[in-house]
Design a protein around this ligand. Structure first.
Ligand code: NCD
Length: 304
């Protein structure tokens, strides 16, 4: 029984296979419509979500399976003081696979030790978000035709942005990927990612506060929301929230085939006027999330 807690739980080869399956699902959805008949997915969301939870649920329905779960901690027995370990031990009796989002870093890992069924980390605090990364990789592969030889800019809240952490980990395994980290000084990528991923794997990377100077080199621009819910005080959030706002004017110096991504939800960091730009791929990215999660459910349930 395999769980997905960290994107590095999957080999590059396994990720390639998931991307191939997702592309096949997009091309031939009817082939997959009954693959999970009689199976149940539990979505245990202790933190808000729109895309992640609903794309997981849509994914399971489109595979012919069923879904149960809760979308806020308040409506589960965790509000009575139950531990994650106890909750998932029981949910493992009711469901064949669990997708869990939790504000505590490491909670899905603890769940995977106790559930008796595969557990998927659907976001743990400011730590990791591996299924968003699969979504991002599928989108990059579909848009650029490759995952190597890319200059990827990450912009915004690189400290608390869990999608950034997981995507950097994934990209560090492809040839000739250069990383440009654009953030305010207060929101730089955590030290452990610089040491254990970027430096350990000899990835070429720069840190800057200046998006404009980085823009012309980028193949991918990954914008992120400032993660208000992780701040210790509101003043800091207010001071930093509008550090970067992408506008059509700022994109004039970017490559014609730039691919603009954002895990969503967007707050203020991409002007709505950018949506019309053919390089804006963030809604396409959200759409892809359902297909790669279908592929992941098939893999973890070992469905042929
Ligand atoms: C992200 C998350 O939850 O980390 N959203 C998502 O899953 N698509 C990004 C965010 O909330 O800013």
């Amino acid at each position: 029984m395999k769980s997905l807690i960290d994107i590095l739980d999957l080999s590059v080869n396994e990720i390639d296979n998931l991307i191939d399956t997702a592309n096949d699902i997009i091309a031939n959805p009817e082939k997959y419509a009954h693959k999970c008949q009689g199976k149940k997915l539990a979505t245990l969301f202790f933190e808000p979500s729109t895309r992640t939870r609903l794309s997981f649920e849509a994914a399971m329905y489109e595979l012919g399976g069923n879904v149960l779960g809760f979308s806020e901690a308040q409506s589960s027995s965790s509000s009575k003081g139950e531990s994650v370990a106890d909750t998932v031990k029981v949910v493992g009796y009711y469901a064949d696979i669990i997708a869990m989002r939790h504000p505590k870093e490491g909670a899905p890992l603890v769940a995977s030790y106790n559930a008796g069924v595969p557990v998927i980390n659907a976001g743990d605090g400011g730590h990791n978000h591996p299924t968003q990364t699969l979504t991002d990789l599928l989108t990059i592969k579909r848009e650029k035709g490759r995952l190597d030889n890319l200059t990827v800019g990450f912009c915004g809240d690189l400290k608390f942005g869990r999608t950034v952490h997981s995507l950097i980990g994934a990209l560090s395994r492809y040839e000739n990927v250069k990383i440009v980290l654009v953030s305010p000084k207060e929101l730089t990528v955590p030290e452990y990612i610089k040491k254990e991923v970027l430096e350990a794997k000899n990835i070429e990377f720069i840190e800057t506060t200046d998006l404009e100077s980085a823009m012309p080199d980028l193949d991918i621009l990954y914008m992120t929301r400032v993660q208000r819910e992780r701040f210790f005080n509101e003043q800091d959030y207010i001071r930093l929230k509008d550090s970067y706002i992408l506008t059509p004017e700022k994109l004039e110096i970017a490559k014609n085939d730039l691919c603009i991504l954002h895990p969503l939800p967007r707050v203020n960091e991409i002007k709505v006027a950018v949506d019309k730009d053919s390089r804006a791929k963030y809604f396409e990215q959200a759409k892809n999330g359902k297909y790669i999660r279908m592929a992941l459910i098939l893999k973890l349930l070992e469905v042929e």
